[in-house]
Design a protein around this ligand. Structure first.
Ligand code: FES
Ligand code: FES
Length: 156
């Protein structure tokens, strides 16, 4: 079957098998390997991308379901050479160690700040509760999101 979708503002059309998962479409067909593939059972959240602006676990979405829709991946967060504040926050506050969970964390946290620009620590922890980080203990991730929140507010 043929699918057409917009990925990071670029329209793409490809022939795919109907059973192909979105995570594999992004990684293997489009070479957007920033989206990671972990548990494959909807538990770890490393595969989170946006589908029409909403975070989804791309290991549980068929590529065919994205036909006609807009997808954004971690590669689409920065604006040219300018990092998104959430990326800057993870860098400034050491929100990552091995980095495996980081793309999904950043997509979820960016979506959180778009809806709630000044979340509490509890709200940040709730937002990332569907995602697993084996390295950081989560405190630095929360700190990174707060950094982004404060700096976005200051730059408005
Ligand atoms: S790979 Fe999708 S939730 Fe783990
Ligand atoms: S930084 Fe290693 S899993 Fe999160």
């Amino acid at each position: 079957m043929q699918v057409t979708m917009t990925v990071n503002d670029v329209e793409v059309t490809r022939e795919i098998e109907g059973r192909l998962l979105l995570v594999h479409f992004l990684r293997d067909t489009l070479s957007l390997t920033g989206t990671h593939w972990g548990c494959d059972t909807s538990n770890c959240g490393t595969c989170v991308v946006w589908l029409d602006g909403e975070p989804v676990k791309s290991c549980t979405v068929l590529a065919a379901m994205a036909d006609g829709h807009e997808v954004r991946t971690v590669e689409g967060l920065a604006k040219g050479a300018e990092l998104d504040p959430i990326q800057e926050g993870f860098m400034q506050c050491h929100g990552l160690q091995c980095g495996f969970c980081t793309p999904g964390m950043m997509m979820t946290c960016r979506a959180l700040l778009d809806k709630n620009p000044d979340p509490t620590d509890a709200e940040i922890r709730e937002a990332i509760s569907g995602q697993i980080c084996r390295c950081t203990g989560y405190s630095t991730i929360v700190r990174s999101v707060r950094w982004a929140s404060v700096h976005e507010a200051a730059n408005k």
